[in-house]
Design a protein around this ligand. Structure first.
Ligand SMILES: *[C@@H]1O[C@H](CO)[C@@H](O)[C@H](O)[C@H]1NC(C)=O
Ligand SMILES: *[C@@H]1O[C@H](CO)[C@@H](O)[C@H](O)[C@H]1NC(C)=O
Ligand SMILES: *[C@@H]1O[C@H](CO)[C@@H](O)[C@H](O)[C@H]1NC(C)=O
Length: 444
């Protein structure tokens, strides 16, 4: 989904110069995707429907550079509606390509549709996924890289290699069964996933795993891992046995470079970390363990892969490296707060990130959003301020385009600073002042 980066605010003349400097090499990338359900993939040796793209699970890398134009011609070979979203791509002036149920129509079974979007003014690691009808629980996701334009320096030395690492919780059921469970009052909020996959592969050493994920490294070299949480429910703690990692980038920006033993990644988030192969040449565990869950005892959801040194002849063995207490909220919050913008690096443009001074802005709008579980007309639902979003038959952006939103939704019908007494469905659309905080000051 697109997100608004307040830091993307730039003064107009800088942008014009930047586009001139940085936009010159933007290219068009044409992709053709055949999307289908496949029950022979069997990531955990069980016959279950998995969504593949051109036969692959996870789907192919979308490899781009700042300002490139991506054309993805998606053929829906499933027998149901299909809609893709490009998590993190900002879709500047292009919202109707965002691919959630409020923006475009899904692709009909047996039909195709071409998404067109630009990685305008962006860098980073993101991922795409199918956004409706629980499809994400069946796969259909894949990595997106947005490289710097060639003329803009990356704030760390070029790594030996880069690895996309999509990690997410996974269920043994079909996505349809899980969607039915989520309609059941008794089970909906208790249902937890069954396992954690790494790049679509089961955990190392797990009896159900057909294969496991492994990355080969050479002693002395440094590697970039682009890690995303592609799951539907669980946050996880990521760590590599005996190795530290340096965070360098997240969610569209370079970060201050801090060294960590482990990293919490919440659903939908993406991070780049640098890992130097500076240990003895044996194999090491790569693990992703669930947060806020007692994972000891009979249930074992741990995601496990292997870091293999090219000269290693020693397999991993023994217990997984211990991580922080999964219930230690302070650890998670403090870690998140310690990750800051890199204020001296350029990213999509040559000028440093954060050149716009955001220390003394006057806030123009405040939203207070509270999420919770609720029951509406007998059905379990997640709600924000006690409203469960109801997808209208006409996507909002089409409604805007065709008839200025009339009859499809009414603006500001639902609270943004308080919680309704009773949970209800609603097509909640709120008024936002685009970059209102900039207009409050003379920033030119
Ligand atoms: C991605 O694109 C870059 C720049 O064009 C290229 O150097 C790199 O080899 C590509 N990587 C992959 C995995 O395709
Ligand atoms: C469907 O695919 C065909 C063949 O590639 C292409 O010419 C056409 O433009 C596509 N239709 C849409 C709506 O994207
Ligand atoms: C987690 O589960 C194990 C075994 O099922 C139990 O011994 C332990 O006390 C539990 N820990 C917490 C924090 O609930």
């Amino acid at each position: 989904m697109a997100f608004t980066g307040y830091h993307m605010g730039r003064v107009a003349f800088t942008m014009l110069i930047a586009i001139f400097v940085a936009g010159a090499n933007a290219i068009d990338i044409f992709l053709e995707w055949n999307v289908a359900l496949d029950d022979t993939i069997q990531p955990v040796s069980l016959k279950q429907p998995v969504i593949t793209i051109n036969g692959k699970f996870p789907g192919p890398l979308i490899n781009t550079t700042t300002n490139d134009f991506i054309h993805v011609n998606v053929f829906n070979n499933m027998e149901e509606l299909l809609l893709f979203t490009w998590d993190g791509i900002q879709q500047w002036l292009n919202l109707w390509q965002d691919g959630v149920s409020s923006t475009n129509c899904p692709i009909l079974p047996g039909k195709n549709w071409t998404y067109v979007f630009q990685t305008k003014g962006q860098i980073s690691s993101f991922f795409y996924f199918p956004s409706i009808n629980f499809h994400k629980a069946a796969g259909g996701f894949g990595p997106i890289r947005v490289y710097n334009c060639i003329v803009i320096a990356v704030p760390f030395p070029k790594p030996e290699a880069e690895f996309d690492l999509l990690i997410g919780d996974w269920i043994f059921d079909s996505y349809n069964t899980r969607s039915l469970i989520m309609e059941d009052k008794q089970m909906a909020f208790q249902a937890i996933p069954d396992i954690i996959l790494m790049n679509g592969k089961g955990p190392y050493g797990h009896p159900l795993s057909k294969s496991y994920e492994s990355f080969s490294v050479t002693k002395g070299k440094t590697y970039r891992f682009r890690i995303s949480n592609v799951g539907t429910a669980l946050s996880f703690n990521f760590r590599i046995q005996n190795h530290q990692m340096v965070i360098v980038e997240t969610e569209g920006s370079y970060t201050n470079q801090i060294t960590l033993d482990s990293l919490d990644v919440h659903v939908g988030q993406s991070y780049s970390v640098l890992v130097t192969a500076d240990q003895n040449e044996v194999d090491y565990y790569i693990v992703a363990t669930p947060k806020l869950l007692n994972n000891t005892g009979s249930r074992n959801l741990d995601g496990v892969g292997v870091l293999h040194y090219s000269n290693s002849i020693t397999y991993v063995s023994g217990p997984l490296p211990a991580g922080p207490d999964p219930f230690d909220l302070e650890f998670s919050v403090n870690q998140a707060k310690s990750i800051r913008w890199n204020m001296i690096a350029g990213a999509a443009r040559p000028n440093p990130q954060g050149t716009f001074n955001v220390t003394n802005v006057t806030l123009s709008q405040t939203f207070i959003l509270q999420n919770s579980g609720a029951e509406i007309q007998g059905h379990p639902r997640y709600v924000v301020n006690n409203v469960s979003y109801l997808t209208p038959n006409t996507p909002l952006k089409l409604a805007d385009y065709l008839k200025n939103g009339s009859q499809v939704y009414n603006l500001d019908q639902f609270p943004v600073k308080s919680v309704n007494d009773n949970a209800s469905y609603g097509i909640s659309v709120v008024t936002g002042n685009h970059k209102g905080w900039i207009l409050d000051r003379a920033c030119f």
